[in-house]
Design a protein around this ligand. Structure first.
Ligand code: PLP
Length: 425
């Protein structure tokens, strides 16, 4: 299809999109090209909701004008600030509000959750992750194993896809656990794999882990805000996430964690690492030596939260609340399917790593350019020069993600045209 015809078709799709208005509520990066850049990189850093500026300014003003009194007075006092996030985060994760808390950042939360949930005992010591896991997750898990005086070489298990495949099937996890279950303490798995964009069946993985007596944690870094989750119903023991990818809360924004209610009442298997912010709020400032846990996942907080790195999350979660994660998911499926369809003529030159089944992927498509990593890198650089912002993941993957809150069908059309030119050049 020629680019003008394609752009016209895209404009018609945009006109029929009930969520099209949300784009205007984000800052779109300034452009080199006349049309502005095509931002398809929300899987790495989400765009700034325009309302974030006012919310951050409000907190700077509160600090300037009220100083220490800002803890207890003003529009959003700082002491109970984290409470603002519970209901919207619960909606995105499929949790009860007392099961989620905004705190710290992702890897820090992973360490806190591993302290509480990884309790190697006897021969049940292993942690199972996917081969090619995000480096930080692997570092966290390996160092936790070592911290317990154990050997990561022996007790960190990395499941690999069938030979030659990019994707790993849930059945591979089930098969491993069926054979080695009694040695496994914990399964840590992403809800969406960062490099391939593959979505995993969290209920199925949790079921397999629990059936062999192991616990299960999920990393939602690439899942939260991308597609709906059902952490409570799926019986996740814990989950962690960051908020600067699909949650659009800005670089280094406050992260989050989920702890299933059964652990909130019965206690965690390991040791919950504690700090004053996890103390029951009413008596926190008595500063007594004995720790009395706050209700819910809030007990896992250790420090008072970074208000300036949390305020933008409120702006973003308000937009998610207005749009609804289910309508966003419907638009997302349509956007990504169209991108896939427009790239189909490149088959042989570009291969899709991400599953083609919409139920097994979110918005991201991961592409491999035929001819090797060097050639892939050249294509990626041409794409960048053409004003399309995606990213490159070593060794040889281009990731593009049309995000339903702010991307349009026109972005998808322009991205596809630019990639087609970059590949054929
Ligand atoms: C983005 C991402 C991280 C980043 O960790 P931070 O602690 O936020 O720096 C970690 N793990 C995964 C899977 C990610 O996608």
């Amino acid at each position: 299809m020629n680019p003008e015809v394609l752009e016209q078709a895209a404009r018609e799709r945009d006109a029929a999109d009930p969520l099209r208005g949300f784009r205007a509520r984000f800052a779109l990066p300034q452009a080199a090209g006349a049309d502005g850049p095509v931002y398809l990189c929300g899987h790495s850093l989400g765009l700034m909701p325009l309302a974030a500026r006012a919310l951050v300014t409000e907190e700077l003003d509160a600090w300037a004008q009220r100083a220490v009194e800002g803890h207890e007075s003003g529009a959003r006092p700082w002491i109970p600030y984290h409470e603002n996030f519970a209901v919207p985060l619960a909606a995105l994760t499929g949790a009860h509000p007392d099961e989620v808390v905004a705190m710290n950042s992702l890897t820090a939360n992973l360490h806190f959750m591993l302290a509480a949930f990884y309790r190697p005992r006897g021969t049940r010591r292993r942690i199972v992750i996917e081969a090619g896991a995000f480096s930080s997750d692997r570092h966290a898990v390996a160092s936790q194993i070592a911290w317990h005086g154990l050997d990561p070489q022996a007790d960190l298990v990395e499941l690999t896809p069938a030979s030659g495949a990019d994707l790993i099937e849930e059945s591979a996890i089930e098969a491993y656990l069926a054979q080695h279950g009694p040695q496994v303490a914990l399964v840590l798995w992403p809800s969406v794999q960062f490099r391939t964009g593959q979505v995993f069946d969290t209920a199925r993985i949790a079921g397999a882990a629990h059936a062999c007596g192991a616990l299960v944690g999920f990393d939602l870094a690439h899942g939260i805000g991308n597609l709906p989750h059902r952490l409570h119903a799926d019986q996740a023991d814990f989950a962690v996430w960051c908020s600067y990818k699909y949650l659009n809360a800005g670089p280094g924004a406050i992260g989050g964690a989920f702890v299933h209610r059964r652990h909130l009442t019965a206690g965690v298997p390991g040791t919950r690492l504690e700090g004053w912010w996890g103390h029951e709020e009413r008596t926190r400032f008595l500063m007594e030596p004995k720790f009395t846990a706050a209700a819910g996942a809030a007990a896992f907080q250790v420090s008072n939260p970074p208000i300036l790195a949390a305020a933008p999350l409120l702006a973003s979660l308000a937009l998610f609340g207005e749009a609804g994660i289910e309508p966003l998911r419907r638009k997302s499926i349509a956007l990504t399917a169209w991108l896939e369809e427009l790239l189909a003529p490149l088959s042989g030159l570009v291969s899709l790593i991400t599953p083609t089944d919409p139920a097994r992927r979110g918005c991201q498509l991961s592409l491999r350019i035929a001819g090797g990593a060097q050639r892939g890198r050249e294509v990626f650089e041409r794409l960048t020069r053409a004003g399309v912002v995606g990213d490159w993941r070593a060794p040889d993957v281009i990731r593009l993600a049309p995000v339903p809150l702010y991307n349009s069908f026109l972005d998808v059309a322009r991205g596809a045209v630019a990639l087609t030119r970059a590949v054929r050049a």
